[in-house]
Write a protein that binds this ligand. Sequence first.
Ligand code: UD9
Length: 371
Amino acid sequence: MKVLVVFGTRPEAIKMCPLVNQLNNTQGVDVRVCVTGQHREMLDQVLSIFNITPDYDLNLMKPGQTLQWITSQVLDGVSEVIDQCQPQVVLVHGDTTTCFAASLAAYYKQVAVGHVEAGLRTHDIYSPFPEEANRKLTGALAQFHFAPTQTAADNLTREGVDSKRIFVTGNTVIDALLQTVKTVNSRSDLISESTQALIQLSRQKRVVLVTCHRRENFGAPFASICQALIEISELPNTLVVFPVHPNPNITKITQESLTEHANIKLIKPLDYADFVALMDSAAVILTDSGGIQEEAPSLNKPVFVLRDKTERPEAIEAGTVSLVGTHTQTIVTQVGQALADTASAQKAIENPYGDGKACQRIVAILQDQLP
Ligand SMILES: CC(=O)N[C@@H]1[C@@H](OP(=O)(O)OP(=O)(O)OC[C@H]2O[C@@H](n3ccc(=O)[nH]c3=O)[C@H](O)[C@@H]2O)O[C@H](CO)[C@@H](O)[C@@H]1O
C-alpha cells in the first residue's frame, strides 16, 4: 500500500502525525509525507514532537500570502510530488487551503483522496471562511470520508455521499492528545521552564487560557473579545494566559490593548507538549479554535467558544462546550460563572470526539479498501 500524506498547518500536523506514525508502524505500508509549509514554524515544532521528517517540503510561506496564491502553489507542488511518488491514495485533513488544493491535484492525477476529519459543516459557506468551502470541495473529490462523529457522517449522507464510502472513526486529535499527555507525564523535561512557571502559578491563581485566530473574528469582534479579557483579568485571583497566534490581525490589537494589564500574560504560541500541559492546568479555556474544542473534554475543562457558529455541536450537547460569541458582557458573565462554579469545572464526561483509536481504524479501513 503506497500512501502520500499532505498537510501544511499546525492543526493538520497535530491531527495527521499520529496517523503517519500508525501507517509507518504497519507492515506492507509505504508512506510518504509532503508538507506545504503553510504555517512554517508552528508546523516544524509539531513534526519534531512526533519525530517525523517530511519526504517532500514545498516550503510555501511568504509574507502577505493570499488564498489564491497558496491554492495555485499547492496545486502545482503536490501534482509534481504525486508524479514522483505515484501513491495509491492521497490523505488530506480537514478544511485548510492545503487540504482542498492537494485533493484537487490528486483528482487531476486520478489518484484516490482520503479525507480525514470529513463532514464537519456550519452550513454557511462564509463562516468559517474559507474553511466551510474547502471542506465541502474536498468532500466532492474524496473517495474515502473519515468522519470523526456520526453527526459529521450524517452531514455527508445528506449531501448524497455514498454511505459505503463514509467511515466513522473518531477524531485523530484525541490520539495526538492522549499520546502527548502520556509523554508529558513521563518526561516533564519536555516542558519549557516558562510553561512550568505558569503551571506553578495555576496552583495559586485561576488560569483562563485563551487562543483566538479565526478570520471571522478579525477587527471589531476581536476588539470586543480583548475588552472581555481585560474585565476577566480583573476578577479576583485570576490570570489570563494568551498564546498569541502570529497573524498580524491578531498581534497588532493584542499589543495595543492587552500589554498594560498586570493579570494578562501574552506569550508566543506554545509547542504542542507545552500547550497540552497548560490546558491541563487551566481552570477555563476561551477559544475560537476547532482542535481545542475537541481536546478539552478529554481533560474535563469547560470551554467557551468565541464564535457565533460551530461545526462541532457534539460537545455543546454534552455540556462541556458553550458557544459564547464575541460580545464583551456575555463572555465576562459566562466565564465569571464558570470560574465561580468549580464543581462544573471538574465534571468528567466521555469525549464525543474520540477514544484515541481513530488512526488504527483509518489504517485498517485503508488496508481493507485498497487493492
Ligand atoms: C474551522 C475550524 O475549526 N478549523 C479547524 C482548523 O484548526 P484549529 O482551529 O483547531 O487550529 P489551531 O487553533 O491553530 O490549532 C489547534 C491545535 O493547536 C494546539 N495549540 C494551540 C495553541 C498553542 O499555542 N499551541 C498548540 O499546540 C491545540 O492544542 C490544538 O491541537 O483547521 C484544522 C485543520 O484542517 C481543522 O481540523 C479544524 O476544523
